[in-house]
Design a protein around this ligand. Structure first.
Ligand code: PGA
Length: 452
C-alpha cells in the first residue's frame, strides 16, 4: 500500500522548475517527474506556477509541492498502487478546475506516474505491461519515432517560423534500426549544415534539432532531404513538421517572419495562404505528417485543410474510408496539438468537425495516466493516429516510452537523438524491444493504424 507521497522541485531541460515525486509503499520508493508547460508559457493551461512570487522568474512550483506533500499524500495513503483508476480519481477530486489550475496538471501527473510505476512493481511486471493491462490489451508494438532534426519557432533563436522538422524511419525493420537511421541522418545533417553555413550554425534548439539561421521551410526540408540521401535512406525515411502555428498567429493571420527584426511585409499570410503553402510542401517533399498547421482556435482552416486532404483520395479508397473510417488512407496525417490540448471535449469536437486526424498526446496536459489512456482510446476509436509526445522543457523521466508501447500508440515524438531528456525515452524503447525479443513488432508502415 501507499504509505507516503513526497514532492520536490527539480529543474527541467530548460532550467525551469518541474515537479518530482517520491511515492513510498511499504515495499519500495517509486520516483517520477513531469515536464512543465511548453514554450511560450503564456498559452499554457497545463501547469501551476507560483506566479505571484518572484523566485525562479515566477516559475517556481513550491505551491504544488506543498499540496502534494499535504492534501494529495493524505488522500492516497493506504491505497493499493495497482488501482490506478481509483488513485487518479482521488487526485482529480482534489483539483476540480477544468484545466487543473489548483494542483496543476504537471504536478498531478508526477503523482499519477509514480503510482503507475508502483503498481507495476507491485504486480512484478514491466511498466509497459502494466499500462497495457490498464488499457485492456496486450502490448508488443514499438512506435515509430518522430525524431526532431531541425528546430525553429519558439524553440530556437533562428528565423525559421515552424517549430520542428522531424524524420520518421517508417521503412526500418525494427526500433533499433529506426534509431540507427535517425542518428546517422542527424549526424550527416550536422555535416551538411557545417559545410553550408559554418560551424556556428550547428547549435541546437530546445528539442535537440539543429537551428541554423534559415528562414524558409523549404530550405530546412532541403537540408534534411540531403542528409537522408547522404545517409543512404532515400524512400525509407519520411518527413514530418510541427508548425506550432499558434505561436505565429497574429489576429487571424500567420506571420512567417514573427521572429525577424526586419520584416519584409511579404510573409503575413491568411489561413487560405497557409493551406496553399502546406499543399505545395506536400506535393514537393515526402511529408507524411503536419502538426498544428493553424492557430489553436482556427477550427475553420483546420477543417478546410483536413477535408482537402480527404478530397485528394482516389474514389476506391474513399469508399473504403466511408466503410471503415480509417483515416490512414490519406496521404497526410494532420495532427492536433494545442487545437486539442489532449482535452476530451476538444477531441470530440475535432472528430465531429473533421479538423485533424491524429492526436498529440501530452500527458502533462491531461494530468493523470487514466485520462491519458482515455484520450488515446478516444482517438483510436475515431481511427486517428496517436503521437505520444514529450515536452520541449522535459525531465529525465522515461514514462512516455512505456506509455507509447502500453497504449500501442504507433508513434512517439521525443526530440532529437541527442540530449539526455530525449534519449532517456528512446533508450528505454531500445530496452523494451530487447525484452520483447522475437515477440516485438515495429509499427513501421502501420504507424497510424496500430490498435490500442
Ligand atoms: P511544448 O511542445 O513546447 O508544448 O512542450 C513540445 C512539442 O510539441 O514538441
Amino acid at each position: 500500500v501507499i504509505t507516503r507521497v513526497c514532492a520536490r522541485q527539480i529543474l527541467d531541460s530548460r532550467g525551469a522548475p518541474a515537479v518530482e515525486v517520491d511515492l513510498h509503499t511499504n515495499k519500495a520508493v517509486h520516483r517520477a517527474s513531469a515536464a512543465g508547460p511548453g514554450a511560450p508559457e503564456g498559452a499554457a493551461v497545463d501547469a501551476t506556477r507560483d506566479v505571484e512570487k518572484r523566485r525562479l522568474l515566477a516559475k517556481a512550483v513550491a505551491d504544488s509541492v506543498r499540496l502534494i506533500n499535504g492534501k494529495v499524500s493524505e488522500a492516497l495513503v493506504g491505497m493499493d498502487p495497482q488501482q490506478q483508476a481509483q488513485i487518479d480519481q482521488a487526485i482529480m477530486d482534489l483539483d476540480k478546475a477544468h484545466h487543473r489550475t489548483e494542483v496543476g496538471a504537471n504536478a498531478m501527473l508526477a503523482v499519477s506516474i509514480a503510482a503507475c510505476k508502483a503498481g507495476a512493481a507491485e504486480k512484478e511486471v514491466p511498466l509497459y505491461k502494466h499500462i497495457a493491462d490498464l488499457v485492456g490489451k496486450s502490448a508488443t508494438t514499438l512506435p515509430v519515432p518522430a525524431i526532431t532534426v531541425i528546430n525553429g519557432g519558439t524553440h530556437a533563436g533562428n528565423n525559421l517560423p515552424i517549430q520542428e522538422i522531424m524524420i520518421l524511419p517508417i521503412g526500418a525493420k525494427n526500433f533499433e534500426e529506426a534509431m540507427q537511421m535517425g542518428s546517422e541522418t542527424y549526424h550527416h545533417l550536422k555535416d551538411i549544415i557545417w559545410e553550408k553555413y559554418g560551424s556556428d550554425s550547428c547549435n541546437i534548439g530546445d528539442d535537440g534539432g539543429f537551428a541554423p539561421n534559415i528562414s524558409s521551410i523549404t530550405e530546412g526540408l532541403d537540408l534534411v532531404i540531403a542528409a537522408i540521401d547522404r545517409a543512404g535512406y532515400n524512400g525509407r525515411i519520411k518527413l514530418a513538421i510541427d508548425a506550432a502555428a499558434t505561436d505565429f498567429c497574429v489576429g487571424k493571420k500567420y506571420d512567417l517572419e514573427f521572429k525577424s527584426a526586419k520584416k519584409s511585409g511579404q510573409n503575413f499570410k491568411t489561413g487560405d495562404d497557409m493551406i496553399e503553402i502546406y499543399s505545395q510542401l506536400c506535393s514537393e517533399y515526402p511529408l507524411v505528417s503536419i502538426e498544428q498547421p493553424f492557430d489553436k482556435d482556427d477550427w475553420e482552416h483546420s477543417k478546410k485543410f483536413t477535408t482537402l486532404e480527404l478530397c485528394q483520395v482516389p474514389i476506391v479508397l474513399f469508399i473504403f474510408y466511408l466503410l471503415s473510417g480509417a483515416h490512414a488512407i490519406m496521404h497526410l496525417q494532420v495532427v492536433g496539438d494545442d487545437l486539442l490540448m489532449s482535452d476530451p471535449e476538444r477531441i470530440k469536437r475535432a472528430v465531429n468537425e473533421y479538423t485533424c486526424d491524429a492526436l498529440t498526446l501530452k500527458a502533462s496536459q491531461v494530468g493523470t495516466v487514466t485520462e491519458a489512456i482515455e484520450a488515446v482510446k478516444q482517438a483510436k476509436d475515431a481511427h486517428w493516429g496517436v503521437m505520444v509526445s514529450h515536452r520541449s522543457g522535459d525531465t529525465d523521466d522515461s514514462f512516455i516510452a512505456d506509455l507509447a508501447v502500453g497504449a500501442a500508440a504507433g508513434q512517439i515524438k521525443a526530440g532529437a537523438p541527442c540530449r539526455g531528456e530525449c534519449l532517456t525515452k528512446y533508450n528505454q524503447l531500445l530496452r523494451i524491444e530487447e525484452e520483447f525479443g522475437s515477440e516485438g513488432v515495429y509499427a513501421g508502415e502501420n504507424w497510424r493504424t496500430t490498435a490500442s
